[in-house]
Design a protein around this ligand. Structure first.
Ligand code: COI
Length: 355
């Protein structure tokens, strides 16, 4: 990739970011808003193609009040990370998977989407432009947030005549909770996250705010997050608010199948492959709450959370503890995937893309 020089909008912008950058304590990263230098924007043409993508100084954007994203929630997001290797180089993890998932979501919401090449090229450009914000090796990652939304105006209920593809970045810690403690999950048996025929299987922006209320209540009771059950039988585990869930029982690792209500996570997919390499049987199948409570280990996977061990699960009035710590499959899988992502382990699978 040949990187073009981004445009800079002058002093004010520089002052804010320079001060922020100068005061960055890379050891104290969490999951806070840290605006970086540049964002990437590309708009769709009337024929549904995208062109003339550009890097702009990070900042607010104009939005048409008639836009479909504001009125009807026509929007998708993606989550990716840029990792710094020990040698200082920067790399991405399976970016084509994110590009394809965005295209799948765009089909569901009737939006045009950038092609895989355009998507990856845009990600490379925005990461390159914000390279100084990629945390030092081992201290965190540069989170990459691609958005695709209906920006063109409509009055009635119909898809937007124009869509905008926008990418911004934000440095975050390795663990999205900002610490190393494991998750204590509350199983919610009333409000499902997704419904058959709905949009749980794509990264629709409106899949996420409906969990705010339940998660807030759970956090007030001291839980770290909520594990949702299926909408029909309220019996099978689906997802945690922002990540996929796995159980380990003996030599079998299981996670809910992607049949429309489960987000096909890229970490999820990679863990299934790595678990098989380790000699475990990795199964995508319905997992009942009963089996969950009977598991040896439970863990969550996602771009933001990475691999997070689950210390306990509470369902109705029953709390169960799981094995955590050094001698777990979860830790082994964590070591393997983060090793590949950060360049400590050889990438024998072709998952890594260098910037
Ligand atoms: C991610 O893991 O990157 C996500 O997109 C989940 C988000 C709700 C933080």
């Amino acid at each position: 990739t040949t990187f073009h020089q981004p445009i800079n909008n002058g002093e004010a912008f520089n002052r804010v970011n320079e001060e922020l950058y100068a005061n960055m304590d890379w050891d104290k990263l969490g999951f806070d808003v840290i605006p970086t230098d540049y964002m990437y924007i590309m708009k769709s043409n009337s024929d549904g193609t995208f062109s003339n993508g550009t890097l702009l100084p990070f900042g607010t954007i104009d939005i048409n009040p008639h836009s479909t994203v504001l009125n009807y929630g026509q929007g998708l997001f993606e989550g990716m990370k840029a990792y710094k290797r020990e040698d200082g180089g920067v790399q991405l993890f399976r970016p084509e998977e994110n590009a394809l998932r965005m295209r799948m979501g765009a089909e569901r919401l009737l939006m045009p989407a950038p092609n895989v090449e355009q998507y990856i090229d845009a990600v490379k450009h925005v990461v390159h432009a914000n390279k100084r914000w990629v945390p030092p090796h081992g201290k965190g990652t540069l989170y990459i947030r691609p958005l695709l939304f209906g920006s063109g105006p409509v009055m009635g209920l119909s898809p937007a005549p124009q869509c905008t593809f926008l990418i911004y970045t934000n440095p975050i810690s390795n663990n999205y909770k900002g610490d190393t403690t494991s998750f204590n999950l509350l199983v919610d048996d009333k409000l499902p996250r997704a419904y058959p025929g709905g949009t749980g299987g794509v990264k629709n922006i409106s899949n996420y705010s409906p969990v705010f209320q339940v998660v807030k209540e759970a956090k007030a009771k001291g839980f770290s997050d909520v594990l949702f059950l299926d909408a029909v039988e309220h019996k099978y585990i689906e997802e945690v608010s922002s990540c996929n869930a796995f159980i380990v029982k003996g030599k079998v690792i299981s996670t809910a199948p992607t049949l429309g209500t489960i987000l096909p996570g890229i970490t999820r997919k990679s863990i299934i492959e790595l678990a098989s390499d380790l000699g475990y049987k990795a199964k995508e199948r319905k997992v009942s709450v009963k089996e969950l409570l009977d598991a040896d280990e439970v863990f969550c996977t996602g771009t933001a959370v990475g691999i997070s061990e689950v210390g306990s699960v509470t369902y109705k009035d029953k709390s169960v503890q799981f094995k955590t710590g050094a001698d777990t499959v979860t830790k082994k899988l964590y070591g393997l995937i983060t090793g590949i992502q950060t360049g400590l382990l050889e990438d024998t699978k072709g998952w890594v893309v260098k910037i």
